[in-house]
Ligand binder design. Structure first.
Ligand SMILES: [Zn+2]
Length: 371
């Protein structure tokens, strides 16, 4: 059974905000871990008080608590787990509010998790991909120069921070003597310093090494997209984990196809007689040729949609389409005989434009394409 928050802080149910804040301040000082080293029950009370204040110190949460009790916060994440729902960092970050600024870390009581392992820096590379590679997905092998620890290098525990990576500063505050943590200036936070290194290594014991990294690139990536290959960046000195390799995608222009999202566009040119008489044409699609048939009397500007012949969605849901734009090539020069033929037919009704309702305008076609 959870204790009543008012009881924890020792205030009445109709205490005002100032009284609640004052009560919490008193509890926090009384049970502060730095004042009660190694006292588990004091730590529990300290956490309990912080949890109570988290609710009662917030008008909205307090109203909910007054109406529904502890139930109001069950399953909502923050306090659902009952005791210990708040960690020390949460509690200390709340302190700025209660005690004013300049009251951040509490040193020893916060760094219970042991030494944090340093992480090396990230490496960045660009990978150029053809549209075919993008459409099908591809595995690329790239050469990178990674900083790694030199063979034979050794590190020892930093004596400034005793391997903690942090040093404590002691300041006097209203709560008495308080410690705050900052990154160790000697080891830069890794907790280790160079012991022995071979002559070819830099001052941190690192060398550059060529490595071939294999990168699996999924189908449907987009120019400018960045993929992350974990732990293939630079190493850091000592007991550390490598950074990541960040791969930026660059799309190479295709000779015939223009990409627009998941759709592809292809400009098809047909001769005047082909448009008049109808024709079959081979289209350069992404994975080889596709044959399409043009009906006789096809108009310039017509767009044929080849479903699913575009680029696959990066999420794996289907593919875009290939849109074939029909352009009828108007002859620029004619011989005498040809000229006579067209002159003769200038006023013939078969040659006079007569768009039907079904021959959509350019704008309607564009609208259709994106609907
Ligand atoms: Zn150090």
């Amino acid at each position: 059974m959870k204790k009543d928050f008012y009881e924890i802080l020792g205030v009445s149910k109709n205490a005002d905000a100032a009284a609640i804040k004052k009560a919490y301040r008193k509890k926090a000082i009384e049970f502060h871990p730095d004042k009660n080293p190694g006292d588990k029950s004091a730590e529990d009370k300290f956490k309990e008080a912080a949890e109570a204040y988290e609710i009662l110190g917030d008008a909205e949460k307090r109203a909910k608590y007054d109406q529904y009790g502890h139930q109001a916060f069950d399953g909502s994440g923050g306090f659902g787990g009952g005791h210990g729902g708040m960690n020390m960092d949460d509690i200390f970050s709340q302190f700025g509010d209660i005690f004013g600024g300049g009251f951040g870390g509490f040193g020893g009581s916060r760094s219970g998790g042991g030494v944090r392992r340093a992480k090396g820096s990230n490496l960045r590379i660009k990978v150029k991909l053809t549209l075919e590679e993008i459409a099908n997905g591809v595995e690329k092998k790239v050469k990178v120069k990674r900083k790694v620890q030199a063979p034979g290098v050794s590190y020892k525990t930093c004596s400034t921070c005793n391997g903690q990576g942090q040093v404590m500063r002691v300041t006097n505050t209203i709560l008495g003597r308080m410690q705050s943590a900052s990154t160790c200036p000697t080891c830069g936070g890794s907790g280790q310093i160079l012991d022995k290194k071979p002559s070819n290594a830099d001052s941190q014991g690192m060398i550059l090494e060529d490595e071939t990294v294999s990168i699996k690139i999924p189908a449907g990536v987009v120019d400018g997209m960045q993929l992350k290959v974990s732990n293939k960046g630079n190493d850091a000195p000592g007991n550390s984990i490598p950074g990541d390799l960040i791969v930026a995608i660059e799309e190479l222009e295709h000779e015939f196809l223009k990409r627009e999202g998941e759709n592809l566009h292809y400009d098809l040119y047909v001769s005047f007689p082909e448009a008049v008489l109808g024709v079959s044409k081979d289209i350069e699609a992404i994975n080889g040729k596709v044959r399409i048939k043009l009906e006789e009397g096809i108009q310039s500007g017509k767009i044929l949609r080849l479903k699913g012949k575009g680029i696959p969605s990066i999420n794996g849901y289907g593919s875009g389409d290939l849109l074939v734009h029909v352009n009828v090539w108007t002859p620029k020069t004619l011989n005498k005989e040809q000229k006579q033929f067209f002159e003769k037919n200038m006023t013939d009704e078969n040659f006079i434009p007569n768009p039907e309702k079904s021959d959509k305008s350019f704008f309607e076609k564009v609208k259709d394409m994106f609907s």
